[in-house]
Design a protein around this ligand. Structure first.
Ligand code: DER
Length: 232
């Protein structure tokens, strides 16, 4: 499909940045799947020696099946580059991530990297963050209390009475790799992402939110015709 062509083009452009001996963070999601396949092709073709940390069990399993050497982040210690997808990318390269439910490990991994490169199709590029729901990973204990705290925060930010849905998958409550749950906040438009990020992080039951601010240095946006635009 045109979207797959765009994702694969972005994935190939990111994989072209990988150098022998690099320590890599491997992202999660459908665009990251293209990236892992293209990376495995390069490793097989060129005998690249890489150390890779996965941002989810799903990515770990896929990478392992494709013959990539996967290690725990703590075994590697620090990464040269993390390549990951995004749900929204604004002009400052601030992101909403978490559509695939992996944003906690993704943020830890990106924060353990010298560089974060995002790969995406054109539909992810927005003027203002918020049209995509904002995922918030929450400890199940005290979930309803946490909801109250989040609602009060949103009220204070002029974002009151917005849906806050407990994410389901296949009819049951979705659980993250850490066995937490996710509240998806429908905010439409986030005027001050930094303020919202600070407020969410201060709520006791909140583990991590999907706002990735000042973390991405380059976004590779693939097109259905196979070309790639670089946003920096
Ligand atoms: O869950 C995530 O953060 C994913 O990276 C997501 O944001 C992008 O997934 P996609 O490449 O399938 O759109």
């Amino acid at each position: 499909s045109p979207s797959d062509t765009a994702k694969d083009a972005a994935a190939r452009a990111a994989v072209a940045l990988v150098q022998d001996g690099m320590r890599l963070g491997l992202g999660t999601g459908s665009t990251a799947v293209f990236m892992v396949h293209r990376l495995a092709e390069r490793v097989r073709a060129e005998g690249l020696r890489l150390r890779c940390a996965a941002t989810s069990r799903a990515t770990c399993d896929l990478a392992g099946q494709l013959g990539l050497r996967i290690e725990e982040l703590d075994e590697i210690g620090w990464l040269d580059l993390t390549i990951d997808g995004a749900d929204e990318i604004d002009p400052d390269l601030n992101l909403i991530k978490g559509g695939g439910g992996a944003h906690l490990r993704e943020k830890i991994t990106a924060a353990a990297s010298d560089r974060m490169v995002v790969i995406a199709d054109p539909g992810k590029v927005v003027e203002t963050l918020g049209a995509f729901h904002l995922p918030v990973e929450v400890i199940p204990f005290g979930l309803e209390v946490t909801r109250v705290h989040i609602q009060r925060l949103l009220d204070s930010a002029g974002l009151s009475q917005r849906p806050m849905l407990l994410r389901q998958r296949d009819g049951v409550v979705f659980r993250t790799d850490e066995d937490n749950v996710i509240l998806d906040l429908s905010l439409d438009c986030i005027g001050d992402p930094a303020q919202l990020a600070r407020g969410l992080s201060a709520i006791p039951g909140v583990v991590e939110h999907g706002l990735f601010l000042n973390m991405c240095q380059l976004a590779l946006i693939g097109s259905p015709d196979g070309s790639v635009i670089e946003l920096t």
